[in-house]
Write a protein that binds this ligand. Sequence first.
Ligand SMILES: Cc1cc2nc3c(=O)[nH]c(=O)nc-3n(C[C@H](O)[C@H](O)[C@H](O)COP(=O)(O)OP(=O)(O)OC[C@H]3O[C@@H](n4cnc5c(N)ncnc54)[C@H](O)[C@@H]3O)c2cc1C
Length: 423
Amino acid sequence: MPGRIAVSRASSDHEILTAVDAWVADHVPEPWRRASAEGGRDAIRRVRSRSEYEAWYPTFADSGLAVATWPVPYGGLDLTPDQSRVAEGVLARFNLGRLNPLGLNSAAPALFAFGTEEQRQRFLPPLVRNEEKWCQLLSEPGAGSDLASLATQAARDGDEWVLTGQKVWTTWAHVSDYAICLARTDPKAPKHKGLTYFVVDLHAPGVDVRPLRHIGGEIDFNEVFLDETRVPDNRRVGAVGEGWRVAGATLAGERQMVSGSGSGGVDRIGGSGVERVIRRARELGRHREPALRQRLMQLYSEERIRGWTNDRVRATILAGGTAGPAASIGKVHQGSLNQRIQLLAVDVVGPGALAWNGAPVSTIEEWAESLPFEVRGMLRSRANTIEGGTTEVNKNILGEKVLGLPREPDPWSGKPWDEVPRS
Ligand SMILES: Cc1cc2nc3c(=O)[nH]c(=O)nc-3n(C[C@H](O)[C@H](O)[C@H](O)COP(=O)(O)OP(=O)(O)OC[C@H]3O[C@@H](n4cnc5c(N)ncnc54)[C@H](O)[C@@H]3O)c2cc1C
């Protein structure tokens, strides 16, 4: 395959190191390499814009290194987890974050575990190259934590399904091409049993994507209306009525992404890491204040522990295991940790972090643009304990699956979905 680096399971670690080094020298743009050598990952961020990185990204994907453990036909190199770590050791210096995180962390695990060979060949290579972007149509106005109670209907019509309903909080739907979607195919079955999992083309007739603004004024998520949207049966993932099981692969992947242990290159959702906050405290001469130092040190330690825990989860996954409940532990910890870091960042800046700096603005875009970096991060981080499953719900999962506590009582368990009261 063009651009693919010539390594395989038969390669020694030394051969992998040599091949990846050579690939970096030939393909990673020279200013990024120089910045990495002079100032590490932060320096790269300064010389590399997001659009530049996106334009270059297919080169990275074509090398196979973006998903090195995946089989070759889907865009990987079929390396073992240990071999992939050797390659990652070289790449880490250049901060090559994986694009299309919901594709990689949510859609791909479901396609690997339950998709057909035809679906994998059709969808995975363009997903890896970030040529087709993905989002997930799961939550609805009346179904978030209790996702299995969702009401979007899918009715069979020959070789197609007709989907009608409303989804909400759909991150990146306004820039996506495809979505994974959970819909109800049997309202007479108990709620978990009557669901089926589909791949929906967001450019198909009947799909209406309406952007929503979050508290920081930016557009990240959307409401999506499906009005008799037709989905061919060959875009169904898994068996009819098995959607909840397929969604299991998706949801663990999303929790890993939000906890920072997933493959999306998203280490933190909203704001900066503690090291940057420490640098800012130094710039402002506040790093000698004892109370502030104590908070900085505590969060720095916690962030390091979070990073090591994420490394452990990644290693388990690379070794062929599953994240399991560890994804929920990471999700609960990362959500609150990031919120505390961003609040500290605002405290360090003090009055300079006022959300409105007095300059006149006439549109919400101008206001969002005018927000200090720290305020933007702090506002965005408020969602960390909600997105990917709320902290309360993840604690329920931990209570039941890790601590073995009794399940939450459900008086409607086993009853047909259409007889159960809904919000
Ligand atoms: C930034 C952001 C991005 C998102 N992106 C997506 C996306 O791309 N795709 C998608 O499908 N969804 C997305 N979501 C939706 C997200 O998954 C839901 O918001 C979340 O699961 C909570 O559902 P809800 O908002 O309906 O709240 P509800 O389920 O109505 O919960 C309300 C409150 O009740 C608590 N609660 C509910 N049930 C229990 C219980 N059993 N025990 C204890 N407490 C409980 C909750 O913790 C919460 O505090 C996103 C949300 C956010 C904030």
